[in-house]
Ligand binder design. Sequence first.
Ligand SMILES: [Zn+2]
Ligand SMILES: [Zn+2]
Length: 271
Amino acid sequence: MELIDTHCHLTFDDLACDIDSVIARSRAAGITEWTTIGTDLQENRKAIDLTERFENMYAAVAIHPHDAKTVTADTVQELKKLAQRRRVVAIGETGLDYHYNLSLHEDQRRVFAEHLKIAADLSMPVIIHCREAFGETMEILEEYPSGIKNIVFHCFSGSAEQAKIVLDKGYYISFTGVVTFKNAEKTRLAASVVPLDRLMLETDCPYMSPEPMRKQKVNEPALMIHTAKFLAELKGIDFADFAEAVTATSRAFFALPTTKPTNLTPPTSLR
Ligand SMILES: [Zn+2]
Ligand SMILES: [Zn+2]
C-alpha cells in the first residue's frame, strides 16, 4: 500500500526541524510520496530545495491568499520562474480566504487571477484554498483562460451541494483530518458524494491532526493513515482498494511519474 500526502507544509519549522524522522515515520506508515506546498517566495524556494533531498517528494508554489497584499509584479514574475523548476508539480495554494481576511478581498482576487494565468500558461494543475468564498472562487475560475491542467479544492469545508458543483466542473476535492472530527458531519456528507477518481487525501500538516491523534499538536504525514482508514470505512470500501484508487487519482492529478503500470485513464481536460 502506498499513499500520497497531496498537501503538506514540510518546510514549516515544526516539521523542518526534524524532517528526517518525519519522513521516516511517514514511510513506515505507508505514506511514501508528498507534495509540499510553498506559501511565499521564501517557503517556495525551501520547498523546492527539500524535494532535491527526498525521493518521491514534489513541490507546489504560490503566494498564500493571506499574503496577497504583499504581491507585486516582480513577485509574480519570480513565482513563474520557480514554477518551472524541476519537481514543481502544481501552482498552489491559491484562492480566497474570507474567513481570516488577512488581505483585502480586492488583493486576494487579483493575486488569485495571477496564479491562474501562470498555471494556464504553463499548463499546470492548481491547488485551491477557499474559505467562506465559494461563489466568488467559482466565478473567478470561470473567467481565466483555458489551459489549466487540473483543479483541486484542498481541505474541503463546503457542503455536499457545493461538492457536487465542484465535481460537475470536472474539478477534484481533497480532504484533511478534519473529516474525522466529531463536529464535521457536513464534511462527511460532502465526502460521501465524491467518487474515488476525484478524491485526494492530505494532512495540511503541521495543522489539524486527525482523530484519534487530534491531541498531537504537530500533525505530520504519518498521521494521514487515520484519515485514509476513516474515509475508506465511511465509504464502505476495502482499505487496500481505497488506497490504491486515491493514489492513482493523485498521481493522475499531478502527473507524477509512476514506476508501475496502472489501468488509469488519463485525466480528462477541464475544457
Ligand atoms: Zn489552505
Ligand atoms: Zn495548506
